[in-house]
Design a protein around this ligand. Structure first.
Ligand code: FES
Length: 101
């Protein structure tokens, strides 16, 4: 299935403001979000960076906002009900900063 990943991007050295960038990929519904992020990084855009470590739902380092909810990218498969086939991924950093303010 074709899925669009809309990913929150920001490079403080080159970008004035954060922005969303869309990546259209062919993916299997059984793929995990983190697998697709790896595919995007390795095959489409090497500038994409994200945190992850164990890939087994233990460490929590790949916590992200995915379609508006906090999730572990290594635990979430694409078979979540996606009417629009759009995965919106965003680092939890902004969310956590917002909580502290
Ligand atoms: S990478 Fe460790 S919980 Fe997902």
């Amino acid at each position: 299935m074709k899925v669009t990943f809309r990913i929150f991007r920001f490079n403080p050295e080159t970008d004035e403001k954060p922005y969303y960038k869309d990546y259209e990929v062919n993916a299997d519904p059984k793929d995990r979000v983190v697998d697709v992020l790896h595919y995007i990084k390795n095959e489409i855009d090497g500038t994409l960076t994200f945190r992850r470590s164990c890939l087994h739902g233990i460490c929590g380092s790949d916590g992200m906002r995915i379609n508006g909810k906090n999730m572990l990218a290594c635990c979430k498969t694409l078979d979540i009900r996606i009417e629009t086939k759009l995965i919106k991924s965003q680092s939890l950093l902004n969310h956590c900063l917002g909580c502290r303010l």
